[in-house]
Design a protein around this ligand. Structure first.
Ligand code: SF4
Length: 89
C-alpha cells in the first residue's frame, strides 16, 4: 500500500480532518507539522507496523479536506482480471 499526500493544499485546509480521522479510526500516526499531516515523528518501520489500512484519512480528506490524499492498494490478479474482460486501461 502506498499513501501519497499533496501537502501543498494542506496549508489552506481548515479542517485537518485526516489527522482527526487517523486518531479516531486508525492508530493516530498522522500528526500536524508545519501545517500539514506528517509521519516524520515515527521511524519508517513503525509507520508500517502501526498503519491499519483503514483508509479513514483518504475518506475524510475527500469529504472535509482538499481531496489530496491518494491511497494505492495493489490487488493481486486485478490487472489480469480487467484485461480478460477488456476493461484494462
Ligand atoms: S484533510 Fe487533506 S487537505 Fe486537509 S490537512 Fe489533511 S491531507 Fe491536507
Amino acid at each position: 500500500m502506498k499513501v501519497s499526500i499533496d501537502t501543498k493544499e494542506c496549508q489552506e485546509c481548515e479542517t485537518k480532518a485526516c489527522i482527526a480521522a487517523c486518531k479516531q479510526f486508525g492508530r493516530g500516526i498522522l500528526q500536524l507539522k508545519d501545517g500539514a499531516p506528517s509521519v516524520e515523528h515515527l521511524p519508517k518501520e513503525e509507520v508500517k507496523r502501526l498503519g491499519t489500512e483503514c483508509l479513514a484519512c483518504e475518506y475524510e480528506c475527500w469529504f472535509r479536506g482538499k481531496s489530496v490524499i491518494k491511497i494505492d492498494v495493489p490487488i493481486e490478479g486485478l490487472d489480469e482480471y480487467l484485461r480478460k474482460r477488456g476493461l484494462s486501461a
